[in-house]
Design a protein around this ligand. Structure first.
Ligand SMILES: [Zn+2]
Ligand SMILES: [Zn+2]
Length: 300
């Protein structure tokens, strides 16, 4: 990166970069490069930016759900009818979530940068092409979903459930803010699925840009908060992408405690026959009856 000026303001850095690289870098790339040049410390620059972004997106995405909860018009879309969280519940949840953000997620975010840089992560400009960012994020989604399925399923084993996962199941009718309402141990174990995928990818291929990591975290937060929203709309994503889990999938998990362990996709639960809810139970029964009938026919 050219033209970084020591001990200058952020906008001095921005203007310097624009002066020398205005032709080759777009405005986002210049804003980005100026931030890293201004901070003069990449770990700090990534740490602050990703933590602030995490908080803004977490609470920013939860806010529309809080507003929707307060509007009777939307009641008809609520999956567990009538189970609207109270203001006291939402406040209690916010405090717990903030506590785990500062005690567990902040250090996790902080160690990510040196770890990924060690494996060759890029923080510079220009940014990678959009197709590559999208491809990496898709890979991280698949990895995280598999990680989530198995660790979450393990957490439903008696002793682990009682000592760790029970806190997350405090709300049998979830709401957006409750996405990360969990024991710090759980936040650490499930959060590892979000961070480990990119680190492994970077270790294997040496091809990862920290911007991709930011966008991945934003997508993952949207996924987790929306899955806990408690609302199912005719325009919900899983109607268009049948393998997408969404709120309908995870809400049943909170209501019934058994089944639907994956986070983003439906394939693990489908293939391993751990789908939750009365419809899945009926499908399971139908499948068994069809199998039995087939067997009986063969035996004749
Ligand atoms: Zn669970
Ligand atoms: Zn949940």
């Amino acid at each position: 990166m050219n033209a970084t000026i020591a001990a200058a303001t952020y906008w001095d850095q921005y203007n310097g970069i624009t002066h020398y690289n205005g032709e080759t870098l777009n405005v986002f790339e210049r804003l980005w490069a100026a931030w890293y040049a201004y901070m003069q410390n990449d770990v700090l620059a990534t740490g602050i930016m990703s933590f602030v972004m995490h908080e803004v997106v977490y609470f920013g995405r939860s806010l529309p759900w809080i507003i929707i909860d307060s509007m009777p018009y939307f009641n008809k879309y609520k999956i567990q009818a009538g189970k609207i969280p109270t203001a006291a519940e939402q406040w209690h949840c916010t405090k717990m979530v903030l506590l785990s953000h500062f005690t567990v997620e902040l250090p996790q975010i902080w160690v990510f940068h040196p770890m990924a840089v060690f494996f060759g992560m890029d923080t510079g400009v220009p940014f990678p092409p959009m197709w590559k960012i999208a491809m990496h994020i898709a890979i991280f989604f698949v990895f995280e979903d598999a990680w989530h399925y198995w660790t979450h399923r393990a957490m439903h084993w008696g002793p682990l459930y009682r000592s760790v996962h029970k806190i997350h199941h405090n709300y049998s009718a979830p709401f957006g803010l409750a996405a990360e309402y969990a024991s710090p141990i759980e936040v650490m174990i499930l959060g590892a699925g979000t961070v480990l995928g990119p680190v492994l990818w970077c270790a294997i291929t040496g091809d990862l840009h920290v911007l991709t990591m930011y966008l991945w975290i934003v997508c993952r937060l949207f996924q987790a908060i929306d899955a806990h929203s408690g609302y199912e709309f005719p325009w919900s994503l899983h109607h268009f992408l049948p393998f997408w889990a969404g709120a309908e999938h995870h809400d049943v998990h909170h209501e019934r405690f058994i089944g639907n362990y994956a986070s983003s996709f439906r394939w693990w639960d489908f293939v391993l026959d751990t789908e939750a809810g009365p419809e899945a139970a009926k499908a399971r029964r139908d499948r068994k009856l069809a199998k039995d009938a087939k067997k009986a026919k063969k035996a004749q």
